[in-house]
Design a protein around this ligand. Structure first.
Ligand code: MN
Length: 205
């Protein structure tokens, strides 16, 4: 299965006896065809937002240090990281400090996306085809983010640096700043501090 190969790096980096992150492989194949996205606020050694799109059954992932913007003039660095399993989309909790990615994770935004890219004959250019070309546009239907976004790769080959940019459409809004004004989890309504506190509860008791 292509998914297992894709998750090799994900599994290699983690000790699942110490981290509560999902190993993956539990969801049925129906879920793999869904077009979901998630943005996880991650207070690791440096705070960032993990932007993830489900493509061919795995969550393609980028770490965005400043988080996404709703202003089409803003370009946000997005560093591609290892593919994550679909189960990761619901993960909220605290990874032990001495483990890979140690720190609290919040589901900051989530929803579905659409791919409207078509070739001259009207056939869909798949997300994977777009990613392979280093330029990928999609429409987000999240609770905080809506409308078109584009990921653009800086260099070629193994370069992991991309940028995330809002498409200048009806949902673009230079005055909004959801990263600072909408800081709670869309999954649980919790703050980062509450997630951390509740993850640690029971461990020392
Ligand atoms: Mn992260």
């Amino acid at each position: 299965m292509a998914t297992e190969k894709s998750l090799k790096d994900y599994h290699k980096k983690r000790d699942f006896t110490l981290s509560s992150e999902p190993f993956g492989g539990d969801k049925n194949t129906k879920d793999e065809n869904k077009r979901i996205f998630v943005i996880q606020k991650h207070a690791a050694s440096s705070l960032h937002y993990d932007f993830r799109l489900l493509v061919d059954g795995v969550l393609k992932s980028w770490a965005v240090p400043k988080g996404p913007s709703t202003d089409p003039k803003e370009k946000r660095l997005a560093v591609q990281t290892e593919d994550h399993p679909i189960e990761y989309a619901d993960f909220e909790g605290t990874i032990p400090e001495d483990q890979y990615g140690g720190g609290t994770v919040m589901v900051w935004d989530a929803g579905t996306y659409e791919n409207e890219k078509k070739d001259k004959k009207g056939n869909e250019i798949t997300m994977q085809q777009q990613l392979d070309k280093g330029r990928c546009t999609f429409i987000l239907h999240g609770k905080k983010l809506q409308g078109g976004y584009t990921l653009i790769k800086f260099g070629k080959g193994d370069d992991t640096n991309w940028m995330l940019k809002k498409v200048d459409d009806e949902q673009a809004d230079a005055r909004r700043n959801p990263v600072s004004t909408q800081s709670k989890s869309v999954l649980s309504g919790r703050t980062m501090a509450q997630i951390k506190k509740e993850s640690n509860r029971g461990k020392n008791e």
